[in-house]
Design a protein around this ligand. Sequence first.
Ligand code: IMP
Length: 428
Amino acid sequence: MPNLVIVGAQWGDEGKGKVIDLLTEHADAVVRFQGGNNAGHTVVFGGQKQVLHLIPCGILHEGKICVIGNGVVVDPDALIQEIEQLQTAGFHIGENLKISNLSPVTFAFHRALDKAKEMKRGKEKIDTTHRGIGPTYADKYSRLGIRMIDLLDEKRLRNRLEQTLDEKNYLFKHYFALETFKINDLLVEYLALGEKLRPHVTDTAFLINTLLAEGKNVLFEGAQGTYLDVDFGTYPFVTSSHPIAGGASIGTGVGPTRIDEVLGVAKAYATRVGAGPFPTEWEGGGEALRQKGNEFGATTGRPRRCGWFDAITVRRAAMINGFEQMALTKLDILSGFSKIKICIGYKIEGRLQEDFPASAEEMDVVEPVYQELDGWQEDISAIKEYEKLPENTKKYISEIEKRVGVKITIISLGEDRKQTILLRSFFK
Ligand code: IMP
């Protein structure tokens, strides 16, 4: 199996970083296809923790080609800081890192706009990461975007900045009552950042397609999750990209017929960071589960809202992404509960809901219908074989498989690479 797309089946933070890191061992290249430095992929090995935001997790392994695809928005300042941090920690970053020449660039004014728009929304805010992600994608789609290739040419960059800043400075001054941005300052700053990144900037669509033609193993690394997708998520409480499997094609220039397999990743319970509907959330945000699972955002440190596993959302995620197999993560966190619940239906005004609510307002008022299972008390974090798991843990896993309609092929029982039960081989 030469290539695999890994996607989040919930609201992000499913533990994709660990799964990607694990499978990278047998991959030749790892490719990010959407999002930006709003993502935070945590990888732990040998007691050492690394949090990656823009650079694919493959960078932690020697000899892997790591690609930031055209679907990713790149904040060059944040990227250079990440490169330097990783280099200080002893990781090699040179010819192994490739950045698409087509990636939209996030500027300081995108970050300022993100914050200003959130302020204006007041109580209705999305609770974004303030990384400028939404405004960068908005510029791309309104054809005012500035791409990596433009950072490498002063005349082009000046032209593009003039086009895009005209309207934005008007907004900053007259609508938000904030400082405006000066083209000359931005030119100096961003040309210098572009120069630093120049050796990495290339035609990554050609590169990835060539690797695939050579039969190399390629891993497509999704960030965020299905319910943060700008089309299929709980709109408008979503991010501005396509974290679903289809995004891998658009965000890399690899045709859908060239993509072999999709692996969904879901946490054994559910979490969400930021505002928006979350049907199975525990009352008060699930403080006990948050502490037990250490559920705090890897990028912003914000507390994550926590709740029971929602088979309705994950089943729909399997459909939208086309995955038939799934990695189930953080199962160890559920040890110690006498009863564990799985959401198996939604009710609206007392009626069982057959369709998936399309609006955030409807999704907000659904009443989850639960199936209750007996829990297990044992610490399962050091178990290496499926057969050795407690009977009730196995029942929980098979109930999820049945309700979601997928096979669970990876079970993660802790943050270290070694705390994993792999039930099939990938990239033979
Ligand atoms: P943005 O992506 O910064 O625009 O934020 C939009 C929404 O997506 C907010 O609710 C964020 O909390 C959420 N979000 C963005 N990136 C991540 C992530 O990597 N994990 C979880 N939630 C995220």
